[in-house]
Design a protein around this ligand. Structure first.
Ligand SMILES: Cc1ncc(COP(=O)(O)O)c(C=O)c1O
Length: 313
């Protein structure tokens, strides 16, 4: 059920909102020379309206794959309202928790591939990615391998707007003028089937596996904590990899004790038909019965995201 024709709680015109935006709002990934603005004011299901009254089809769920169940969902608004009248917030620091995070963690653990049953909540995808990088390093540290701190990432990958996730991102414009970036991140090519010229006439997966193997040898497997990737390249173009890519990557990483961080910020929670696409993409099946390494995954939901790690980590 959607909330019918809600109206914004102000009487500002589109021009006034755009002026206020230009004056006060900093947009991620927006160059200051670009002055055009489009201010959204309302949504119902997959339709949104901007401040000029123009009706648009929201193909990207809030512009960035977040509102995948649609706008104006009354049951979500009511659940949030109920919660706010019960308990506004309670931290998870130290020994504290609140009942809803405990119950949600339990539910996510039941939906996640078999061995993944620990949840760490964050407030967004970028923070989830930063956390996954920390968790991967911590994992090796606790196993007596503190030198394993390199992270392999991919060109064209998008992982977020914070310092760590921004460095793992493979879109150079987004790192412009904020260097030096987080050290010990190495970029590899992703599968991009529309650009066969990237792979010098070879099969893309063969090419990429050879590149991965050479990179592991050059850095030294004993120095590498994890590889991070989106099961389906999102911000870099929404590109589905060849079927054999993730299973072969995962196999090679496993051989060297390198973790796989599945950045599921825009693929989890049913967007690709599975609760977590990495289970399908990395293993070629819908559930992991026995993962050999411990991918930390991130997922974005409303309103939190989480990093997951295996019971064994
Ligand atoms: C794959 C991926 N990872 C991380 C992020 C960052 O999430 P957030 O914008 O919530 O920080 C995004 C954002 O779209 C994303 O597509």
């Amino acid at each position: 059920m959607t909330i019918s024709t809600t109206r914004p709680t102000h009487n500002l015109s589109a021009a006034e909102l755009e002026t206020l935006d230009r004056r006060h709002l900093i947009h991620p990934h927006q160059r200051s020379q670009r002055t055009f603005r489009r201010v959204m004011v309302r949504g119902e299901r997959s339709t949104v309206w901007d401040a000029t009254g123009r009706e648009l089809l929201d193909l990207l769920g809030g512009g960035i794959w977040v509102a995948q169940v649609g706008h104006g969902r009354r049951e979500l608004a009511e659940a949030a309202s109920r919660q706010m009248s019960e308990l506004a917030h309670y931290t998870g620091f130290f020994e504290f928790a609140n009942d809803k995070t405990v119950l949600l963690a339990d539910r996510l653990a039941s939906l996640a591939p078999d061995d993944f049953n620990r949840v760490f909540f964050t407030c967004g995808g970028s923070e989830g990615v930063d956390t996954a990088i920390k968790v991967a390093r911590l994992f090796h540290h606790h196993r007596g391998q503190p030198d394993r701190n390199w992270i392999l990432a991919r060109h064209y990958g998008y992982h977020g707007a914070t310092y760590g996730s921004g460095t793992a991102t493979g879109i150079p414009d987004m790192q412009h003028a904020v260097g030096p970036n987080l050290p010990h991140i190495e970029k590899l090519m992703p599968p991009y089937p529309y650009r066969k010229e990237f792979y010098g006439g070879q099969d893309p997966t063969d090419f990429l596996l050879a590149e991965l193997e050479q990179t592991i040898t050059r850095i030294g497997p004993e120095n590498i904590a994890a590889m991070i990737g989106e099961p389906i390249l999102g911000g870099g173009g929404v590109v589905i990899p060849p079927e054999d890519y993730w299973p072969r990557v995962r196999q090679l990483l496993s051989t060297h004790g390198i973790l796989l961080i599945a950045d599921e910020v825009i693929t989890a929670f049913g967007r690709t038909g599975a609760w977590f696409d990495s289970a399908r993409a990395a293993c070629g099946r819908t559930s992991w019965s026995r993962p050999r390494e411990s991918p930390a995954g991130t997922c974005r939901s409303v309103p939190c995201s989480c990093g997951r790690r295996s019971r064994r980590s």
